[in-house]
Write a protein that binds this ligand. Structure first.
Ligand code: NDP
Length: 332
């Protein structure tokens, strides 16, 4: 039998938190997989805004650490206790341990799903974290029923374009926000009912106009600091504010009295880690996601591709609002 050896692979490492320049491409050792792990030869890595929070230290991890939570590739070998995966399987994960920006790595097998035929590596790498997020936001945090009108910020983003399509599939009117006419058009093409140009239009006034004064029962806000007040003002009495990200900075110092003043509002600050905590919950959500893709209702838009060595440039683009749809790092 073949004795498995430690292999060398290139990966991005962060030795101190900071700007994109703190990301270093290095050669690291990848040991044989532990009993519950699979070793994955990665083909594409999904970029997410959370990677920026980890790089800057807003979300702290012990140094030095890798970056990234989402990737797709081929199982090279499986640990002795792994039952549902084997060498040669095409797989993906969206909530792995930090360190997805790598050519080769070991991941706990219960975080990994098999990719259906017809879904490519880049698509899968762009779909898992973002799609699982939309699944819990739309199906669990606030269970959309259809025939509702909702507000979703950054609708042309990676998570946003999946949200637009999922809303359309549910029969939900999604009002998006986007900062340029091009991004607004992209969100519309992917199912947004209306898109507000956040750089020119008054979001609250437009939401009131579009809903004939009723406003919305739920706002999904991944932008954070700069839209917090705006989002609350778009909610109906007893509406739900889903604050799920910090692209413009974290929301801090909230006075709870503001929720009373604006109409007995609810607020939640959810994270995928909670919703995909068990392998079973994660697998069920992934199945729902792949079913939508198979039904032709969800098209994964890869807006930007970079190499592993260009990961810092990819971060700059994401941070500068210069991306639309998903961003992937391609490996070969
Ligand atoms: P996006 O592709 O959506 O990129 C972020 C977008 O936010 C930008 O393109 C931009 O769109 C908008 N934005 C508004 N203000 C700023 C700003 N000051 N700086 C940068 N961007 C800004 O990223 P992702 O799809 O990766 O993630 C979207 C959000 O969802 C993030 O906040 C992320 O953290 C969050 N998220 C949360 C999860 C959770 O479980 N809680 C899981 C996954 C994602 P525009 O130019 O149109 O305004």
């Amino acid at each position: 039998s073949i004795v498995e050896k430690t292999e060398k692979a290139r990966a991005i490492l962060v030795h101190e938190h900071g700007g994109p320049e703190c990301m270093r491409l290095e050669e690291v050792d990848v040991p044989p997989p532990a009993p519950h792990e699979v070793r994955i030869r990665q083909k594409a890595v999904g970029l997410n805004f959370i990677d920026i929070y980890c790089r800057t230290g807003l979300y702290p991890n012990p140094l030095p650490h890798g970056l990234g939570f989402e990737a797709a590739g081929v199982v090279e070998s499986a640990g002795t206790e792994v039952r549902h995966l084997r060498a040669g399987d095409r797989v993906a994960y969206g909530q792995g341990p930090i360190g997805a920006y790598a050519e080769l790595r070991n991941v706990p097998a219960d975080r990994v799903v098999r990719i259906p035929d017809g879904v490519g590596f880049e698509q899968a790498a762009a779909l898992m974290l973002k799609g699982l997020t939309v699944q819990y936001l739309f199906r669990q945090t606030y269970r959309l029923q259809g025939n509702e009108t909702i507000l979703f910020h950054a609708a042309a983003g990676g998570v946003g374009l999946i949200a637009c399509q999922w809303a359309r599939a549910l029969g939900v009117r999604l009002i998006g926000t986007a900062s340029t006419p091009e991004k607004a058009a992209l969100a519309r093409r992917h199912g947004a009912w209306e898109v507000i140009d956040s750089s020119r239009e008054d979001i609250v006034a437009r939401v009131k106009e579009l809903t004939e004064g009723r406003k919305v029962p739920v706002v999904y806000d991944g932008v954070g600091r700069s839209t917090w007040e705006i989002s609350l003002d778009c909610l109906q009495p007893r509406g739900l504010m889903v604050s799920f990200g910090n692209a413009s900075g974290p929301v801090e110092g909230v006075n709870l009295g503001v929720l009373a003043a604006k109409g007995s509002l609810y607020v939640t600050r959810p994270t995928l880690a909670t919703y995909a905590a068990t392998a079973q919950a994660m697998q069920a959500a992934a199945t729902e996601l792949f079913d939508l893709v198979a039904a032709g209702k969800l098209d994964i838009v890869i807006g930007q591709r970079f190499t592993l060595a260009q990961a810092a440039q990819a971060h700059e683009a994401l941070n500068a609002r210069a991306t639309a749809g998903a961003t992937v790092l391609t490996l070969d």
